[in-house]
Design a protein. Structure first.
Length: 304
């Protein structure tokens, strides 16, 4: 771990932690340690960290708000960056520009404050802007691709690119950022002038629906599975009789079958075992393969 010690000396002004448990940061409250965990506060610091990783041949992992994420119990090798300190939001006319670490919920609030409509669907999505662009997040009939006109990204070889909507190549829970292993730095949202009170009313309505249907009172990684063609994942899981199924501390939510919640000090391995059981059971009963929407990263724990 010689490189681990060196990075603290090379970048004393960047917040860096060694061998830090990622369970402190994920919404599931699970996850093993990151060898090096850095919290850059600017694009320049992102570039400095990426340079260091490249020069020292370290794998690099980027995390936003860690809301739709499972980090395996073995943790993450190399350098991990959490971008939630890069969170500036600005607006001009019908555009809102938000840095990658900004909470998507805060962007919807900024839009409402400026009487801009189009982002109401995202009022309760707990992810960051970077994560939302990365996976084309969506809810209640809206998707990020409908409102984002472009994004600024950092390439693996440390060049900043401006990608337009076409270059982002959005698909269902997908963008080109995934394919090219890029880091989202900021995104531009093009919205429409509306009435602030009506925008707020719609946001309140959708948040009330979310609270009524989703297990927001328990740690979870959000919606676990993608919507299979012609079906709804939650209904398939419910119809398979899996609500309440539990391994260790991870349980298929009794409130919404599409969620897996941490009810008793769950581990990431518990989550993955529940996911595997749900996939097998649903396939056995309905011949439908449930593909995970949640991002699963890191290494398996070492066996004793």
């Amino acid at each position: 771990m010689m490189q681990s010690k060196t990075i603290l000396n090379v970048y004393p002004d960047i917040d860096i932690l060694m061998n830090e448990p990622l369970s402190k940061y994920t919404h599931t409250l699970t996850g093993g340690p990151a060898d090096i965990l850095a919290f850059p506060r600017s694009i320049k610091e992102c570039q400095q960290l990426l340079d260091y990783a490249n020069e020292n041949h370290l794998p690099i992992t980027v995390i936003g708000n860690a809301s739709n994420l499972i980090v395996k119990d073995g943790g993450i090798r190399g350098l991990t960056m959490i971008l939630t300190k890069i969170k500036k939001i600005t607006s001009h006319e019908n555009l809102v520009v938000a840095e990658s670490g900004a909470a998507l919920i805060d962007v919807t609030k900024a839009a409402q404050a400026n009487s801009l409509t189009g982002l109401e669907f995202a009022a309760g999505i707990p992810g960051s802007v970077g994560g939302a662009v990365y996976m084309n997040a969506g809810a209640y009939g809206g998707d990020i691709e409908n409102v984002v006109t472009g994004a600024e990204v950092l390439t693996p070889d440390n060049h900043i690119l401006h990608l337009n909507h076409k270059q982002l190549d959005f698909g269902y829970r997908h963008s080109s950022v995934q394919d090219h292993h890029q880091i989202v730095l900021s995104a531009t949202f093009a919205l429409t002038t509306g009435i602030a009170e009506k925008i707020q009313k719609q946001m309140d309505h959708l948040n009330a629906l979310r609270a009524a249907k989703q297990p927001l009172d328990l740690p979870s990684c959000g919606s676990v599975f993608k919507r299979p063609a012609g079906h709804f994942a939650g209904k398939l899981i419910h119809d398979a009789g899996l609500q309440g199924f539990q391994i260790g501390g991870a349980q298929v939510s009794m409130k919404h079958a599409g969620f897996i919640v941490n009810v008793d000090h769950a581990t990431a391995t518990d989550y993955l075992n529940v996911i595997a059981h749900v996939q097998k059971t649903v396939y056995d009963q309905f011949q439908v393969h449930l593909e995970t929407e949640v991002r699963i990263i890191g290494e398996d724990p070492k066996q004793d």
